[in-house]
Design a protein around this ligand. Sequence first.
Ligand code: GLN
Length: 484
Amino acid sequence: MENLEAQRAALEASELSSLELVSAALARAEAEGRSLGAVVGLRAEAALAEAAESDARRRAGEIRSPLDGTPVLLKDNMVMQGEPTTCASRILEPFVSPYDGAAAERLQAAGAIILGRANMDEFAMGATTENSIFGPARNPWDPERTCGGSSGGSAAAVAAGVTGFALGSDTGGSIRQPASFCGVVGMKPSYGRVSRWGLVAFASSLDQIGPFTHTAREAAWVLEAISGHDPRDSTSLPEKSPDLVSALTGDVSGLRIGLPKEYFVDDGADSGVVEAVRQGVAELESAGAKVVEVSLPHTPYVVSTYYLVATAEASSNLARYDGARFGRRAEGVGDLDSMYRRSRSEGFGDEVKRRILLGTYVLSAGYFDAYYRKAQQVRTLVRSDFERAFEACDVIAGPTYPEVAFSLGARLDDPVSLYLGDIYTVSANLAGLPGISLPCGQLQGLPVGMQLLGRSLDEATLLRVADAFQRRTDHHEQSPPRAR
Ligand code: GLN
């Protein structure tokens, strides 16, 4: 009973109570969740009490949403009142949130039961969930391999069946890439779709919250619950929460799938990954979709553009961790300056420091025009690449990541190789577009992810295509050996 749709059906048929579901999920979170390093904090007592309330509501005939009574994990960068939020960082280790973020609030309004917190890369900077004070999260398909990152704990927990769904955040691929490594569905909504009130900021012009599930249908349920305008987030769009479930017709006939030629070059993704994605696209074609070639000519520049914009914004956002206002303060310091310096040197890990240094550099007076302003200009070009491509197609398809999950530790000394791996995911963030990764095959027993990108605010078409694909295939039904 480990996927959301089955949980919902069992609750509706009164075969299981929420209390039973949540107790079982807590047990799995303590066992597999902890041993995989995917779960880093649980609120067992509160979750059980909320499950009992959900059961009472259901008995009274009040069901809030398809999520009512089902367990969920939040990435450890979304705040909940009275709970710690660490961002997997020493600097926030002692932090307990005085308020509920929008994600927690909306999930609870939908009746979902928040079990606790999932592991991540420190401040969401990384692609392996190894930059964490809790230690790495592991891939349920092979615990010696990475589950991806930065929302790796959320992806691993859903793949291992700890919960039927989880939330992550995606600044440059942090939902879609771990989803592809763990064989689950991961979706980044359009920029502004989901409120970021209470999401600890990494790069504010790129960050978005989104779901991990097994199916596009389940992703539609979660997205309907968490999206919609929020006046507390100034970047939140005025649109109401979209009707996504009714878009899942299974019909893709006549729909145009664009394959960017820059995503299918010889020295690009691993050939096995490309093969699986091509087969996925062929499946859509046999369902009546039309495949067209499109071009995203600025693709060679997206990684550098992303790492300039993201680090610049991060250096500014992370300036607030000064030891004075919240989080950890260095002890035994004599003056204010050394308090700031020591708190920050002790509190941040190496990758976060690297990004703060890079971001501060690109924003500094002498280099601003050469790096930051230039990056903003290229960002505009990337956006217009997509506008042009979407004149010829309705959805863009390609690999989510150039390879399948690699060994833990393999890239620890080579951050640049990790940065380069983000080539297919960062564009959606730069352009503000929705993107989804869904399992489309396996390579050496490890899941391969296919990414679909859509027009801004067109989550409906994206989910329609993903759902149609899943109706015809069973890749999303494969589960890792540990969960079998
Ligand atoms: N891998 C990317 C990075 O390290 C993406 C991170 C994210 O989306 N949070 O910045």
